[in-house]
Design a protein around this ligand. Structure first.
Ligand code: URA
Length: 470
């Protein structure tokens, strides 16, 4: 058995894997040895150099999806991940280039499980990091201690930088630490819990905040604990007050929020929706009804939340409610909804088994006389609303998501999508397989040279793929 010595990062592993591939070394001939200790620093430099040299000289066609999955799986804590990654890579490059499309293959199943565990861990971190106020010199600085199960800190850098953009903060974890000085994110080596400040005013603020916003009728310690690992639970300041909260009636939040610099969202700011942790669909719906993360709530009649069975395997995501939906409080009940219903019926899909929702939950329009004309939501509005969609998708865990149009596709895939090019294709998003197709209202706005019948048939053909997948 040959030892492959490599730096245990995605890049380190990739260089070593390329070299091993170039040498034609099959997975069963290799044992993967992480070089991490100070004594191995020398080995590391020479290992990296030799891997790089070999890597540049080798040519393999490796699917992009695999690279994306591998980057995530590399963050998993299982020592087996490197061998598994190489095993799958070997198969992909030795006659099984479509391997990732075989969801029942045991290697693919294991790979997806590791990927999903890392993503869930990153999601959990977003919900459970708690900052404590301290000072760095004269500057207020917020520090959180967090123990992720996997090395998920970097996956959340954009999220924390955006959500806490106006604070200066550090998140300390045992593997490494992430810092935000108001401008850039930087990383430093891991820390220990003693490096983080203990309780203080800000911690007290969190406790107060939770005591205000938690409705005792809705609070679910069991659900929260199911999402949390034990080691995280003990770090939550509010965990200590769950019991008293259950007894205490909720009080008003305004005064407390007004006192808090970092919880305050200025009138002009777009915030991020904050779905309650551990909530079920009904609770998410109620919380979303009061969402003020972007200004669209001011002119809309109501929040139009998703609708459908809790055990739906397929989730349809549209752009935002239209005029009819805004009045009815239900998604896809207006003209676009009629086109959708018609196409679903032709594709042999019963709408009642689907969960139907939108990327943005409020109607955006401009008044024209007595009419309210649809306006495309801005990127900021889509981003502000995304946590609701994310919460819906994480809860439902559908086997297939259908993105109806560019706004939905962008919100789900987090990248601009050309629907005309990608339609009918199943892409991979962080929530799972995502089929991209037209928005039904595109059929209502066809240019005169387009044939409605033919376009509807093409839309129905896309939806038939949904049925096949289901
Ligand atoms: N268009 C959408 O995207 N969603 C609706 O609910 C209605 C129209």
């Amino acid at each position: 058995m040959q030892q492959v010595r490599f730096e245990p990062t995605f890049e380190g592993w990739r260089n070593a894997a390329r070299e091993s591939l170039a040498r034609g070394l099959p997975p069963e001939a290799l044992s993967w040895v992480e070089l991490t200790s100070p004594q191995s620093a020398l080995d590391l430099t020479s290992a990296n150099e030799s891997h790089k040299a070999a890597a540049t000289s080798s040519q393999f066609r490796i699917p992009r999806t695999y690279i994306e999955i591998a980057k995530t799986v590399a963050l998993h804590s299982s020592p087996r991940r490197w061998a598994l990654l190489y095993h799958v890579l070997w198969r992909l490059t030795h006659g099984e280039s479509k391997l990732l499309e075989v969801p029942v293959d045991p290697d693919v199943i294991e790979l997806m499980q590791l990927e999903s565990a890392v993503k869930k861990d990153a999601y959990r971190m977003r919900a459970f990091v708690r900052f404590r106020g301290t000072r760095l010199g004269e500057e207020p600085w917020f520090v959180a201690w967090y123990e992720p199960e996997h090395d998920t800190l970097a996956l959340n850098q954009k999220f924390f930088a955006e959500r806490f953009a106006n604070m200066r903060w550090s998140i300390l974890t045992p593997a490494r630490c992430m810092h935000w000085d108001g401008t850039v994110i930087t990383f430093s080596p891991g820390a220990r819990k003693v490096h983080a400040p203990a309780g203080d005013g800000v911690e007290q603020l969190w406790v107060e905040y939770y005591s205000h916003i938690f409705n005792p009728a809705r609070i679910k310690p069991a659900a929260m604990q199911a999402q949390l690992l034990k080691r995280n639970w003990k770090n939550l300041p509010e965990a200590a007050v769950i019991e008293p909260l259950l007894r205490e009636a909720p009080r008003r939040t305004a005064a407390m929020i007004a006192r808090s610099e970092f919880l305050r969202v200025r009138e002009t700011d777009y915030g991020l929706a904050q779905p309650p942790v551990g909530a079920d669909l009904q609770e998410l719906r109620s919380a979303a009804a009061g969402c003020r993360a972007c200004p669209l709530w001011k002119t809309a009649t109501c929040t139009v939340f998703g609708e459908g069975p809790r055990d739906a395997h397929i989730v349809l995501v549209g752009e935002q409610p239209g005029d009819g939906e805004d009045r009815a409080g239900k998604p896809f009940v207006g003209p676009a909804g009629q086109v959708l219903n018609d196409a679903l019926a032709q594709a042999g899909i019963d709408r009642r088994v689907l969960y139907v929702t939108n990327a943005v939950k409020h109607f955006k329009f401009e008044p024209r006389g007595k009419r309210r004309m649809h306006m495309t939501p801005a990127q900021q509005e889509i981003a502000a609303c995304r946590p609701w969609l994310e919460a819906e998708l994480r809860l439902l865990e559908p086997s297939l998501i259908v993105a109806l149009g560019a706004t939905a596709a962008r919100s789900i895939l987090q990248t601009p999508v050309r629907v005309t090019q990608e339609r009918g294709r199943v892409l991979k998003s962080e929530f799972g397989s995502t089929l991209v197709t037209l928005h039904p209202s595109a059929l209502l706005r066809l240019p005169p040279d387009k044939d409605f019948r033919a376009e509807l048939d093409a839309f129905v053909a896309d939806l038939r793929k949904v049925r096949a997948a289901a």
